[in-house]
Design a protein around this ligand. Structure first.
Ligand code: MTE
Ligand code: MO
Length: 417
């Protein structure tokens, strides 16, 4: 059923038309015996009682909303990544079970009774905390995004992966509960020469990163809860480092040790990995901050447009340097930009949700979004980024993404010259 839409109509009329189409369009898939004026199946019998689901699960009709992997990307599942289904989510919070995972040696299953966090090195009092010790300390709640530095890393040499889950799905945004790192360091007492901290994970990769003391004392947390419940094993249960705005690799999971020193350790993860190879063969090192970035999550290749008429374009934006101040959307590959509508809370170093509504009559679109943050920084085009960074890099690709919307509503990952 097609409802002709007057292109000059008011937004209220677009909405009315959209609703009429939704009712008509949905009818093809529906079972008539559940539709008005009939009494549907679920009204004819008692439902499952309370207690049947001690830990709730999504509806059985939502089974397609899952993390996905790209099998050819990595040699083993233990050192690999799964991607957040960004195209199927809304708002700013990522549900715990859908947060992308990046492990270098699989998921460590840490018994909380045996969990210990050691603080040593250039401190007055080396300390060992149990999980209960951490939980007894004053705690804070903060919403932050975590983005792997390799997010969009496959796209440096051109459009590759057909879906924002794969091009941008190495990001999640949750509310952490934890202890400010500065409080733990104060308990141990920093020696005058202290300038760096080595964070080590308790997994088989024993992931280690050097963290400058200034950042540790600023806003880092040792978190043990996400979105209210204890961290998931995938996210570092029972405790992980939270390094707001900085590359995901530094957010050491299954955190077992913090060593205070006076210089960085130059570990594998900050020399051979997580450095950015430039065109001249030199590499940038210690590029910790994740710059402003955005992506349209729907429509996108995995979320094509199903109906003409009123269309909500939806996306996510974030910046590791502050808060997102504005997001612009382009329908024509970056020639014209219009401000998007940000809806929901805007926090520092957290995702924001933006919308742009339009009436779509089947004309081809080249959808783009660009984020601006509180420092005045504007998300660059991929070509502008390549002028400075070359194409040897894997990490820190925050270039503007383009989705081509075809007249039939299918969407494709493309680049505009
Ligand atoms: N101990 C440990 N911490 C780790 C990793 C790891 O493999 N082991 N991977 C890092 C990387 S590269 C990223 S991007 C983030 C991913 O966090 P997530 O799995 O919660 O999404 O964790 C970081 N912390
Ligand atoms: Mo990462």
């Amino acid at each position: 059923m097609t409802v002709p839409v007057d292109r000059g109509a008011s937004r209220r009329r677009f909405l009315a038309a959209g609703l009429a189409m939704a009712a008509g369009g949905g009818a093809a898939l529906a079972d008539p015996k559940n539709l008005p004026p009939n009494v549907p199946e679920w009204t004819r019998s008692l439902g499952e009682g309370v207690g049947a689901r001690p830990y709730g699960r999504p509806s059985k009709y939502e089974q397609e909303v899952v993390r996905r992997t790209v099998p050819w990307l990595t040699a083993t599942p233990e050192s690999s990544v799964s991607f957040t289904p960004l195209h199927q989510l809304d708002g700013i919070i990522t549900p715990n079970g859908l947060c992308f995972e990046r492990h270098h040696a699989g998921i460590a299953e840490v018994d909380p009774a045996d969990y210990r966090l050691m603080i040593h090195g250039m401190v007055e009092r080396p300390l060992i905390f149990t999980l209960e010790d951490l939980k007894r300390l004053p705690r804070v709640n903060r919403i932050y995004f975590l983005e792997c530095a390799a997010n969009s890393g496959m796209e440096w040499r051109g459009a590759q992966l057909n879906g924002c889950q794969y091009t941008h799905g190495m990001v999640h945004c949750v509310q952490y509960t934890g202890v400010p790192l500065k409080l733990l360091l104060a308990q141990a007492g920093l020696k005058p020469k202290a300038g760096w901290i080595l964070a080590e994970g308790g997994d088989a990769a024993a992931m280690t990163r050097s963290l400058p003391l200034a950042k540790a004392l600023d806003d880092c947390l040792v978190a043990y809860r996400m979105n209210g419940e204890m961290l998931r094993p995938e996210q570092g249960y029972p405790a992980r480092l939270v390094v707001p705005g900085w590359e995901g690799n530094m957010w050491v999971k299954w955190l077992r040790r913090l060593k205070v020193g006076d210089e960085p350790w130059f570990t594998r993860e900050e020399t051979s990995k997580y450095t950015d190879l430039l065109a001249d063969g030199k590499a940038r090192q210690f590029t910790w901050v994740m710059d402003a970035k955005s992506v349209i999550t729907a429509p996108s290749p995995q979320a094509p447009v199903r109906q003409k008429g009123f269309l909500v374009i939806s996306g996510l934006a974030w910046s590791g340097r502050g808060s997102v101040r504005r997001v612009d959307v382009s329908l024509d590959g970056g020639r014209n930009w219009r401000p998007a509508r940000i809806d929901g809370p805007v926090f520092d170093k957290a995702c924001v949700r933006f919308y742009y509504e339009l009436d779509w009559n089947g004309e081809p679109l080249l959808l783009q979004s660009r984020a601006m943050d509180s420092t005045g920084y504007v998300q660059p085009s991929k070509d502008d980024l390549r002028k400075i960074r070359g194409v040897n890099s894997i990490y820190h690709n925050n270039g503007i993404q383009t989705w081509a919307v075809r007249p039939d509503g299918e969407v494709e990952n493309v680049e505009v010259g």
